[in-house]
Design a protein around this ligand. Structure first.
Ligand code: FAD
Length: 414
């Protein structure tokens, strides 16, 4: 491959998504000769994402979002549960920012480059040589030409179907802990509300549908479902045309982009280290598992991996790599653990087939929006077959008691 690819790299970062760019910037800032590669010809493209981040997480992590990467800012989220109940939440987590991820990912990689990392698009990891559980050589491929590098530490930030995990013969989480997503970016028939809309209903199954505005009349409309098999146009069309709210805004006549992909939801696995390889982001299942939000957690955990890698190289200490797990826990542990607990509560509720499907989706939505805590589901259960107004009344009282910025109303659909 020639050129600077043959340098004596200390840290190799595979994958230039949020995890990899966060990792490469931190490793370079820590003084390491760092190489960041991505198999994509253009970093950030194609997009496989709803492109939304919770405002509170961005603030908590202190990430300065590049202004060019912000599509719009939402001031609330609406949950539409079984087409019967609407919760409007203005809680900090549910005020969100819609990104242009193509621009966001590319600019994060640019920041890594500015921090001193070498960045190479259109370059893929194809093989590794292992000795005593450690990667001693990595083969990279760029337009048919190979280069072999010998990094001291590797950060595998290569996404949900991690090449590095496959080459190392590792399964970090099983396939049945993934949701499939299909999403269309579309132009709406009329002005959209300035907030996300999240739909939980039997027509969607174990997962949720969404409208994520990227402007007054432009939005990502999608479905993320565990066990979904079909991710064709008809999947979105059937759901969008059957849902009274979605069909009010969209008819699939103005489609700008089609996006699809898998989202890992294994729950909290910490910061996995195997030999001299640190797994970060989707490769390590570092998402808020109850919703699949992975952009900010991946970026934060990637940064942690990069900082630990740099400390290990600087101190010539292999043992130092074990600090990665602790770094993840102190940065994102609370959120990732809470996300995993909410996901478990949703899965447990969904598995309870003695509850009618409509009621189950409503209950899952009440858990997801944190209008009830998982241990309150028993109290709500007897109300579910009753008129929705009684549930709304109970929720309203709970929300007022907890001083939540949320409002509940009964819808007439269904
Ligand atoms: C349909 C859908 C909607 C989503 N919506 C949201 C959302 O709204 N908000 C949110 O926060 N999260 C969302 N997510 C999750 C989010 O997209 C991921 O959690 C996030 O992108 C993870 O970042 P990452 O850097 O770990 O991985 P990625 O962003 O997947 O980046 C991995 C990179 O590795 C590269 N790569 C892979 N293999 C190799 C190789 N062999 N050699 C070189 N490079 C390689 C890939 O090209 C890729 O660029 C969604 C996911 C899906 C599927």
């Amino acid at each position: 491959m020639g050129g600077n690819m043959d340098k004596d790299w200390e840290v190799l970062v595979v994958g230039a998504g949020p995890a990899g760019s966060g990792a490469a910037a931190a490793a370079a800032e820590g003084g390491c000769k760092t190489l960041l590669i991505d198999r994509k010809k253009e970093i950030g493209t194609p997009v496989q994402c709803g492109e939304v981040v919770g405002e509170s997480l961005v603030r908590q992590l202190g990430l300065k979002l590049p202004p060019q990467a912000i599509a719009t800012v939402h001031d609330h989220t609406r949950f539409i549960l079984d087409r019967r109940l609407m919760i409007v939440s203005k809680e900090p987590y549910w005020r969100s920012i819609a990104l242009e991820r193509k621009i966001f990912d590319k600019l994060l990689a640019a920041r890594a480059a500015e921090a001193g990392a070498s960045v190479q698009a259109d370059t893929r990891l194809v093989d590794v040589e292992m000795r005593d559980g450690r990667v001693v050589a990595a083969t990279l491929m760029h337009r048919g030409k190979e280069a072999v590098v010998h990094p001291k530490v590797v950060i595998a930030a290569d996404g949900v179907h991690s090449t590095m995990a496959r080459l190392m013969d590792l399964t970090l989480y099983p396939d049945d802990t993934m949701a499939k997503g299909i999403e269309y970016e579309m132009v709406a028939k009329k002005k959209l509300p300035n907030g996300m809309q999240i739909f939980l209903e039997p027509e969607v199954g174990l997962g949720y549908g969404w409208i994520i505005p990227k402007g007054p009349r432009r939005a990502n409309v999608g479905l993320g479902v565990i066990g979904m098999e079909d991710t064709r146009r008809s999947t979105i069309l059937d759901w969008a045309s059957g849902n009274p709210i979605v069909s009010e805004y969209f008819d699939l006549e103005k489609v700008l982009e089609v996006k699809s992909g898998d989202a890992p939801l294994p729950g909290f696995l910490g910061g996995p280290v195997h030999g001299n390889v640190l797994f970060a982001g989707d490769a390590a299942g570092q998402t808020l598992a109850f919703v699949g939000e992975g952009i900010m957690p991946s970026f934060a955990c990637g940064q942690g991996a990069g900082a630990v890698a740099a400390a290990s190289v600087r101190m010539r200490s292999r043992k130092k790599l074990e600090c990665y797990d602790q770094a993840v826990k102190s940065m994102m542990g609370e959120e990732l653990e809470k996300g995993a607990a909410l996901k478990d509560a949703i899965l447990g509720t969904w598995a309870n087939t003695s509850i009618p499907e409509g009621d189950r989706t409503m209950l899952c939505g009440l858990i997801m929006s944190e209008s009830i805590f998982p241990d309150q589901t028993e109290a709500v259960l007897p109300l579910l077959s009753q008129p929705t107004a009684r549930i709304a009344k109970m929720m309203r009282e709970g929300i007022e008691k907890r001083r939540m910025q949320a409002k509940i109303s009964v819808l007439r659909h269904r």
